[in-house]
Design a protein around this ligand. Structure first.
Ligand code: NI
Ligand code: MN
Length: 223
């Protein structure tokens, strides 16, 4: 069964026995809540949703050190190759089958942090499960379509407001996605994005069929 570890902010590590390890949005150095150092992290693939510093983070350094393949939009993949990393460019709506499973890039309503680029989210097939990682995004109606077409087992959603969805919009997103489980992220890293995950959990479980799991940085979820 896949194991998802929350490393604070929007960083997750997805692993399974005898399977490649995936790292999402590795903002490690400078993240006040992260329980590990960038040097300790082992990953085979690094998925980067956009190039803001709290997502691109240590991606190039970890990719270079681990000879990991960085998966992102064309603009970020190009930049990564320019930094000497191996990278695979996808773009929104496109998917590709990697050794562990299929990755599809989804829309995200957010800045790219890189000239000419778009922010994205990821739909990932891994260990027989479908995972939707929203990246940084506001609520958008096509999350309904993502839910209908993919029936995600697990959705990872930002709830911290200011830069992304806040709690109430993330509850609507959860309704749209009809995922089996949801885990909130992108909150409490700084005062500007303070949010109460317990309030999100209460609202999700009152208003939807989805189970909400709250992970503290360093905690993991097996699903
Ligand atoms: Ni951002
Ligand atoms: Mn962010």
């Amino acid at each position: 069964m896949p194991k998802l570890t929350f490393l604070g902010h929007a960083c997750f590590l997805l692993e399974e026995k005898d399977q490649e390890t995936l790292l999402f949005d590795p903002f490690i150095t400078g993240n006040p809540l992260v329980p590990v150092s960038a040097e300790e992290i082992r990953a085979d693939y690094i998925l980067v949703s956009h190039a803001h510093g709290d997502h691109l983070g240590d991606a190039y350094a970890i990719a270079a050190k681990n000879d990991a393949l960085l998966i992102s939009t064309a603009e970020i993949a190009d930049a990564a190759q320019g930094e000497g990393c191996r990278a695979h460019a996808l773009h929104i709506g496109g998917s590709h089958h990697f050794s562990f499973g299929r990755v599809k890039l989804t829309l995200a309503l957010h800045g790219s942090g890189i000239p000419g680029g778009h922010a994205c989210g990821f739909l990932v097939g891994y260990g027989g499960k479908k995972i939707y990682f929203a990246g940084d995004t506001g609520l958008f109606g096509d999350m309904k379509l993502i839910g209908e077409l993919n029936s995600p087992d697990l959705a990872l959603l930002p709830i911290g407001d200011n830069f992304t969805m806040g709690i109430d919009d993330a509850v609507v997103a959860t309704k749209f996605l009809k995922a089996g489980q949801v885990i909130p992220y992108h909150f409490n890293t700084w005062p500007l994005i303070e949010a109460d995950p317990q309030l999100f959990k209460e609202k999700v479980e009152q208003q939807t069929e989805t189970e909400c799991i709250i992970l503290q940085p360093g905690e993991c979820h097996i699903f």
